[in-house]
Design a protein around this ligand. Structure first.
Ligand code: HT7
Ligand code: ZN
Length: 866
């Protein structure tokens, strides 16, 4: 397979003014008739351009005509990707009849069956599996779609836009016709047919237009749709208030499906969601999952403007819609819940997973320059780092100018397919700023390093900070130029007062800033709120970090100071572990933690985050060479040592955080449960039976899934083997009919580090509820084992690597997108000791030699082996 380059972009030679589709749905053989009004693109300067229609090799072409004249095989050519008609008029009607096979579609791209229903996934290039079409985001068309199907099995027939006609065909099948007045690219097309229940509501927009809201799901899940509906209405209101954006159609629909490669899809007026991102009820859903539902519902809704009304010119611009929309959904969640907690969670993800991506073989800029398979670029870099880039613009311009920038962007480009340059240009135009250097964030890959040093002139009362920035080489980019970035900061006095605060703008490789007339040497609080996606180092003393932990008014940096203290200790314990020295817990840390645990005035959400040890994944990301065993053993040691040293405090916090209140997923209650379950984890780490009894009581008496699942996971992962087995069996008996709950049951076991994990995981795959065609099940078992069970996946005999390679080889044909996503842990082989590298590489080579690889898997494996 050959890469595609951004530099080769050409405008389309033909535009599609109108698309009429007729689907005759059938499991084995669905007929699709497409009638396209085509005209030459006046913006295309190529003199003689053929009409190129994308078409996947699985499409069976039945008939092709232009202006009613049937084309013969001599009139066009076809290869595995394209159908080319060399000679066409300037304006014409093209009709194309295609046969497809939804039941054989295990890739879950295009039209496929999920349980008993038909659904589609067209982003990025799924529409070409439905019919022949210019399947590129810069070809936007108005769609009219008639869906025909058997009424008894498929009473609900949906597509984009508004329903305009319904009735019966001569053969007794029923139909509904949908019309979407907004021109859209094919990737936003959607169709759903099934026997579905619906929750209905309505929303009146700020200008007084009523909108019908519908969420469809399997009838057994009808009671789990309220939270998504509430989230949707909140998101609609928030977008009006914060961005001045109203919804535009008369109806907004969401459909929950169980077989889905990602989280959800923003198809115009007809979002399709993975059940895991829409269903929620206190009994079956954890707090984290409640929040995910809220965030994803909002994200897809926000795409209606940032993605649908203004879309991407080509797939290299993916972050134009994804980075911006992630920023929008993060701000929404921050406004609905705790801003600091949301920021801590997002930065944790960025610093572990995105930074690791930046340091790996698939590292790419926020706007990639080339790809073999676009599905491989729905990455943390495009989404999360892309959102950080938008956040930096927000910080540099301030909220008012930023809002004027988004207003201008939406006004200028409504109905267009544009690039990230156009987004930045709108920001430059409203602010009068030159953002040329800033745009390097879109074109240069890698995580910048910032080295900060300081000096103090006691006589002049002058404090000076010096910043040096650099960025490591990434594939294809050896040299990097300096970035333009905002560094939010504060300077703290010895009594905790703030002496100065603001935002510094770094533009040079080395830059100094002076602060005059200070009464004392301050402690610097740097990169407040994580104002730029960088690795910042400053040689803080322990006292300075403790000072920030106690006094910084920036909640994020208070947390970060605690993380820095814990990371430094754990890194030194790892050195001790490797040298066979006894591991010891410093009294100073116990004292600090005691003061956090006993201060009842502190926000429980903050305390829960402050007292959570840095994850194994984060410690791995920070390591030069990852020593899986040392990381795991040191973290376990510290957990147990802190548990023993602060036993009465953990117990008191547990009791203080327990509540008789009925369940609510609001921020305060979530924080309380989070602290309670953190305490339970420490109590169980002591290994004492009395705490096991407490955990079992919590498991048995919980009125919500957060508490029940936390108790289960903690007992299983704390090594209480018999009790763990017992609770797992009880949990299974209680929840065997709830697919999403059972996914958690699978995942808790697959991530259990107790010896023998691989055998247990292989047995789980034999479980009647495990289904290798369902991505959620693969994520719960295979991804959980390979991604969240480091000690077992990295077993010294290489068995974990061979296990993953077996899966990749199987899934390569069945579902290439999932195969290539699951591959990630193997691609990081360079980060491990040499003997481990050899084992990991051998499995990558085995995959490469295993036969015909999909573009998805080929791209990741071949780039990883370089
Ligand atoms: N824009 C959506 C992307 C998406 C997707 C991409 C590739 C394969 C399957 C997919 N399902 C959804 C999701 C979003 O960012 O909102
Ligand atoms: Zn998105």
């Amino acid at each position: 397979p050959q890469p595609i380059y951004l530099k080769d972009y050409q405008v389309p030679a033909y535009l599609i003014e109108h698309t009429e589709l007729r689907f005759e749905l059938d499991e084995q053989e669905t007929l699709v008739r497409a009638t396209l009004r085509v005209r030459r693109n006046p913006a295309c300067t190529r003199s003689k351009a053929a009409l190129e229609l994308h078409g996947h090799e699985t499409l069976e072409l039945c008939r092709l005509s232009i202006n009613g004249e049937i084309l013969s095989e001599r009139d066009f050519s076809r290869n595995e990707e394209l159908l080319t008609i060399p000679s066409v008029p300037t304006e014409f009607t093209l009709e194309c009849l295609t046969r497809i096979h939804p039941e054989l579609n295990t890739a879950l791209e295009g039209l496929y069956k999920s349980d008993g229903m038909f659904c589609t996934q067209c982003e990025a290039e799924g529409f070409r599996r439905i019919t022949f079409y210019p399947d590129r985001p810069d070809v936007m068309s108005v769609f009219r779609t008639r869906v025909v199907a058997d009424r008894s099995r498929y009473p609900v027939l949906l597509s984009n836009g508004n329903p305009v006609e319904s009735g019966y065909e001569d053969d007794g099948r029923h139909f509904v016709t949908w019309e979407d007045p907004f021109p859209k690219p094919a990737y936003l097309f959607a169709l759903v047919a099934g026997d579905l229940a619906v929750l209905e509501d309505s929303y009146t927009t700020a200008s007084g237009r009523p909108v019908k809201l519908q969420i469809y799901a399997d009838s057994k899940d009808l009671d789990k749709l309220d939270h998504a509906m509430l989230s949707l209405k909140r998101a609609m209101q928030w977008d009006e208030q914060v961005y001045g954006r109203e919804y535009d159609l008369d109806i907004y629909m969401i459909v929950a499906v169980d077989f889905f490669n990602m989280g959800a899809m923003e198809n115009k007026g007809l979002n399709i969601f993975n059940t895991s991102c829409v269903l929620a009820s206190p009994q079956t859903t954890t707090d984290a999952a409640f929040q995910r539902v809220e965030g994803v519902v909002a994200h897809e809704y926000f795409h209606n403007w940032s993605g649908n009304r203004v879309t991407c010119r080509d797939w290299f611009q993916l972050s134009l819609k994804e980075g911006f929309t992630v920023f929008r959904d993060a701000e929404f969640s921050a406004d609905m819940n705790s801003r600091t907690v949301k920021r801590i969670e997002d930065v944790s993800l960025l610093r572990t997973a995105q930074f690791a991506e930046d340091a790996g073989p698939m590292a790419h800029p926020v706007r990639p320059e080339s790809f073999i398979e676009i599905s491989n670029f729905y990455t943390l870099t495009v989404y999360e780092k892309g959102a950080e880039v938008v956040r930096m613009l927000h910080t540099l311009l301030g909220p008012e100018q930023f809002r004027r920038g988004t207003d201008l962007y939406f006004e200028r480009h409504d109905g267009q397919a544009v690039t990230t340059d156009e987004f930045v240009q709108a920001m430059a135009d409203v602010s009068g700023r030159d953002l040329t250097q800033f745009k390097r964030w879109y074109s240069q890959a890698g995580t910048p390093r910032i080295q900060v040093s300081d000096s103090w002139d006691d006589v002049a009362g002058c404090y000076r900070l010096t910043f040096r920035q650099s960025c490591p080489a990434t594939p294809g980019q050896d040299e990097k130029l300096p970035f333009h970035m905002p560094i939010a900061y504060g300077l703290l006095a010895a009594d905790g007062r703030e002496l100065a605060a603001g935002v510094l703008e770094l533009t040079d490789a080395e830059q100094s800033f002076s602060f005059d007339d200070l009464s004392e040497r301050p402690v610097p609080s740097l990169l407040r709120g994580f104002s730029a996606p960088v690795k910042l180092s400053f040689s803080y003393s322990d006292e300075q970090l403790l000072h920030l932990l106690r006094h910084d008014c920036d909640g994020f940096n208070r947390w970060d100071a605690g993380q820095r203290i814990a990371v430094a200790l754990m890194q030194s314990l790892m050195v001790d572990y490797r040298s066979g020295r006894e591991l010891r817990l410093p009294e100073s840390l116990v004292d600090t933690w005691r003061s956090l645990l006993t201060d009842a005035s502190l926000d429980p959400a903050m305390v829960a985050h402050l007292l959570r040890l840095p994850s194994e994944a984060y410690l791995s990301e920070l390591a030069d060479v990852i020593d899986v065993e040392a990381i795991h053993e040191v973290r376990e040691f510290l957990l147990k040592a802190l548990a023993q040293a602060l036993l009465p405090e953990w117990s008191a916090v547990y009791n203080r955080s327990s509540s008789e209140e009925p369940y609510a997923p609001d921020a305060a209650a979530c924080a309380r449960r989070s602290l309670k379950n953190l305490s339970l984890g420490y109590l169980l780490a002591t290994g004492e039976e009395v705490w096991l009894t407490l955990a079992e009581e919590q498991f048995n008496n919980a009125d919500n899934m957060t508490d029940q699942q936390a108790a289960l996971a903690l007992v299983v992962h704390s090594g209480f083997r018999q009790a763990g087995e017992r609770l797992l069996a009880e949990f299974q008996a209680q929840w065997q009919h709830e697919a999403l709950v059972m996914n958690q049951w699978f995942s808790i076991q697959a991530s259990d580090p107790w010896p023998g994990a691989l055998g247990r995981v292989q047995r789980l795959q034999e479980h009647p509820l495990f289904d290798a065609r369902n991505p959620n099940k693969l994520r719960s078992v295979v991804a959980a084992f390979c991604g969240q069970n480091a000690v077992s996946f990295h077993a010294a005999d290489g068995s974990g690597y061979a296990y993953l390679a077996d899966w990749i080889i199987q899934l390569n044909k069945q579902n290439p997108q999932i195969a290539s996503r699951l591959l990630t842990p193997l691609t990081r082989w360079k980060r491990y000791p040499e003997e481990v590298q050899l084992l990991m590489k051998a499995q990558l080579a085995r995959i490469l030699d295993s036969g015909e690889l999909s573009r998805d898997v080929y791209e990741v494996v071949s780039k990883s082996l370089v």
